[in-house]
Design a protein around this ligand. Sequence first.
Ligand code: PRP
Length: 173
Amino acid sequence: MSPVITPVISRQRIQEQVYDLATRINHDYDNQELVIIGVLKGVFIFLADLVRLLKMPVRIDFVHLSSYGQGSTSSGEVLVRKDVEISLKDQHVLIVEDIVDSGLTMAFLLQHLQTRRPESLKICCLIDKTERRTVSVPLDYVGFSIDQGFLVGYGLDYAEQHRHYPDICKIQL
Ligand code: PRP
């Protein structure tokens, strides 16, 4: 039987929120150069929308970390599949992530990037999903806070499917 998929955040609401986030980031960094680190793969649509609204000089790199397998629960293990390639030393760095769930991926990434000696290191995540948080992480910019449910669309997947949906949807497995 195919899963039930229900839109919970419309594409229009997402665009309004991305605009608000970009406005805050533009204000806070006040035209200082910024290195954006996107966390693949789920972030690809959010990052593309966000960076096109930023007004300061921006450089963009990606990490690819994996904490989930093909299912819907965290394995608790974080693997670095692709690391940052540009120097972060003395740079203002903003991690851009689609969703923080248990917090394990972000806690790992913060530690990992701090070793590169950035001038500052902040986090922007589109969705702060609190239900399964096991590690506290300081989220500087949050698009939406959602308590529970498994989400797909706007980059988010279930078993690599549904990333291309323009709305954020709940999937009932
Ligand atoms: C998702 C998401 C985060 C991570 C959050 O990535 O993009 O990176 O899980 O989960 P956590 O807070 O429980 O650690 P995923 O590993 O599913 O890879 P993907 O981005 O390629 O879909």
